[in-house]
Design a protein around this ligand. Structure first.
Ligand code: FES
Length: 154
């Protein structure tokens, strides 16, 4: 089944096709290897009779959609208030140092992308790190070396 058809099938339960835009983006991101190039946004728009600008606006609002290529693994550190109060920036700094990159960048070997994100919804267990969509909470700076080793070694 083509991506276009998959998105149209996903939209069937919705009375308004526009409501399926997030499902469409998820399917497209999977199809395009973990990120959404402009042509993926056009495909989602075509499938749902939306404009690419509308689809891009949704994709750029949510942290789980990537508008640039990402590494094999994605490390996301929540830096919102609850996490910030218990040391999120030190966790970001530890990942930056260990990986040799800044937030928003991917390691030279293409293995790991580091990002900062808004509240991940785990405030009671702060600081929260999301590793390939799995929560690791709380994460302390001293945990980072082992986490990076595990990511690099698969
Ligand atoms: S502020 Fe970090 S999970 Fe809510």
């Amino acid at each position: 089944m083509s991506l276009l058809d998959e998105i149209r099938v996903a939209a069937e339960p919705y009375p308004d096709k526009k409501s399926a835009v997030m499902s469409g983006l998820r399917l497209a991101q999977h199809e395009y290897g973990g990120w959404l190039p402009p042509e993926a946004l056009v495909e989602v728009a075509d499938a749902l009779d939306l404009t690419p600008a509308h689809v891009q606006a949704v994709a750029s609002f949510y942290d789980m959609y990537h508008l640039a290529p990402v590494g094999e693994h994605v490390v996301e550190v929540c830096t919102n208030l609850s996490c910030a109060l218990v040391g999120a920036q030190q966790v970001v700094d530890a990942f930056s140092e260990e990986l040799g990159i800044r937030p928003g960048e991917t390691s030279g070997d293409g293995k790991v992308t580091l990002r900062t994100i808004e509240c991940a919804g785990g405030c009671g267990y702060a600081p929260v790190v999301v590793l390939d969509h799995r929560y690791r909470e709380p994460t302390r700076p001293e945990d980072v070396r082992v986490i990076v080793e595990e990511l690099r070694n698969g």
